[in-house]
Design a protein around this ligand. Structure first.
Ligand code: ADP
Length: 497
């Protein structure tokens, strides 16, 4: 404003337009300052009144200056009138100066207050940052001290849990391969573990057994509990396929959270036991019959009061010879079977003429066979195989003896030799009793006889096929049977060439 005042005053005195330059500069500056003051007054209402009054005065002053410029521009008289107005202009300007001085003082006070408040804000910020920093450092320090300890203890707990889980997994993996049924029950008698053997024995898959009451998934549980009460004895359960039976030995281990039930399948052992005692009965019978015949014949021969008869003597001696031979055969079979069990039978490898071997076996069978049996051989010349001839002959003779024994009504027995790529097959086919399908695998087991009571009066030890199969397998071959009950059987020895 001072610039404007100075410019106007110069212009009024000199009438020179150039003197107005400070006025113009000042006017622009004042407009800018007023705009800034209005903006400040919006944030600081306490100076709004002073700003408005200064603005009014500025307005009046600028109006006054505008009039003075217009008067000077009129020339002579106008300029003189303007010079006379200078005093009035000065008074107006002084009022403005006083007003603006007040405004400036208030603005300075505001600025000073703002500075103080800024400083206070700054220091409180510094204090907050410091406190926050110190707290953060403290927390960090505390974490540094306590977290590793905590992490280690968590790690220990985690490791223990993991090791326990691994131990559990290893245990359950091992139990998966155990042949006995292993069942874990909790205190409420609910199934918590069920191994594959349990699924096999009891016919319920693991997924269907888990989390169910044991009584729902173990058939015959009362029988098992009775056996356990007796001290874990044998139990017969109707568990086998098609309603068959199984012998199980039950054992249990109790602990506070429940119990482990173990069922061991001893059906095979029982079966073996049974066949063994059957064998003893059969063997004693088999040994007794020829022994009784020999004993009777010897006693007759030694009787002094009997009439002399060379024919009767010859008959009795022949009988002694046959029965002694039968005795020797049975004892031989028992010995050979123990050797087979021990694996101590040596198998030779030499070129063996099958025609020759089969002819000799058929001839020896023919001597013993009744007249109702017709024996036939179908083999071409020059079929050779590298094997043990005496062991192979023993097998063929055994098959022929069986074919004769189990054809009580007679019939045709045929030995056929087939020669194919890589293999030779010797077949012994009869038209006898035949073998039920379900027994066709079992007859190769030790001591198994399908008619142990010998209702048909045919003797035997139940060892012949067992020995034959073991021998053929040691020769690298296979022995199998194909049979229809009532129509006959065909046994086939298959050997590599
Ligand atoms: P064994 O003849 O001394 O009883 P094997 O081991 O030779 O003993 O035979 C086992 C069982 O197989 C016989 O008791 C018989 O029941 C049955 N078997 C063997 N060969 C024949 C056959 N050719 N026909 C019918 N059954 C047979």
């Amino acid at each position: 404003m001072l610039n404007q005042e100075t410019g106007i005053r110069g212009y009024v005195v000199t009438g020179n337009g150039e003197s107005l330059e400070p006025y113009r500069v000042g006017r622009t500056k004042v407009a800018q300052d007023l705009a800034a003051l209005r903006q400040l007054a919006r944030r600081r209402p306490e100076i709004a009144g002073d700003v408005a009054s200064s603005q009014r005065l500025v307005h009046r002053l600028e109006q006054f200056y505008g009039q003075q410029i217009a008067l000077v521009e009129q020339g002579g008289n106008g300029q003189r009138r303007a010079q006379r107005n200078v005093l009035a202009g000065k008074q107006l300007f002084d009022r403005f100066r006083a007003d603006s001085g007040r405004l400036a003082a208030r603005a300075d006070a505001i600025v000073a207050k703002a500075r103080t408040s800024q400083r206070r804000t700054f220091w409180s910020l510094v204090a907050v940052v410091l406190v926050a920093g110190l707290t953060a450092a403290g927390i960090a320090f505390w974490l540094l001290l306590s977290v590793p300890r905590r992490i280690w203890s968590l790690y220990d707990v985690e490791r223990e849990l993991r090791e326990a889980a691994e131990r559990g997994a290893r245990a359950s993996r091992s139990l998966e391969h155990v042949d006995d049924a292993v069942i874990l029950l909790d205190a409420e008698e609910t199934v918590r573990y069920w191994n594959p053997a349990a699924a096999g024995y009891l016919g319920t898959a693991e997924a269907d057994a888990l989390n169910r009451p044991v009584a729902d998934v173990v058939p015959g549980l009362p029988l098992i509990e009775q056996a356990l009460a007796r001290g874990g004895g044998d139990t017969v359960l109707p568990l086998g396929p098609a309603g068959g039976e199984r012998w199980l030995v039950a054992r249990e281990t109790r602990f506070p959270e429940g119990r482990v039930l173990v069922l061991q399948d001893v059906t095979r052992e029982r079966e073996l036991e049974r066949t063994r005692s059957e064998f003893l009965a059969t063997a004693s019978h088999e040994l007794r019959t020829p022994l009784a015949a020999v004993y009777g014949a010897v006693r007759t021969l030694r009787r002094e009061d009997r009439p002399s008869s060379p024919e009767l003597d010859a008959q009795l001696l022949a009988m002694i010879e046959t029965e002694a031979h039968r005795l020797a055969e049975i004892v031989d079979q028992i010995l050979v079977s123990t050797e087979v069990d021990r694996g101590s039978i040596p198998i030779r490898r030499e070129a063996c003429d099958l025609r020759e071997l089969c002819e000799s076996a058929v001839e020896s069978a023919r001597v013993r066979a009744p007249e109702t049996i017709e024996l036939a051989l179908d083999v071409s010349d020059g079929v050779f195989v590298r094997t043990d001839p005496s062991r192979l002959r023993q097998v063929v003779v055994n098959l022929l003896d069986n074919a004769v024994k189990y054809s009580p009504r007679g019939g045709r027995i045929e030995v056929r030799v087939a020669d194919s790529d890589g293999f030779v097959a010797i077949e012994v086919a009869d038209q006898g009793l035949g073998i039920p399908e379900e027994a066709q695998e079992r007859i190769f087991e030790k001591f198994v006889r399908l008619d142990p009571e010998m209702r048909r009066g045919v003797g035997g030890s139940g060892l012949g096929l067992y020995i034959s199969q073991e021998l053929v397998e040691r020769m690298g071959g296979r022995l199998r049977v194909d049979s229809r009950p009532g129509h006959g059987s065909t046994f086939t020895i298959q050997l590599p060439r």
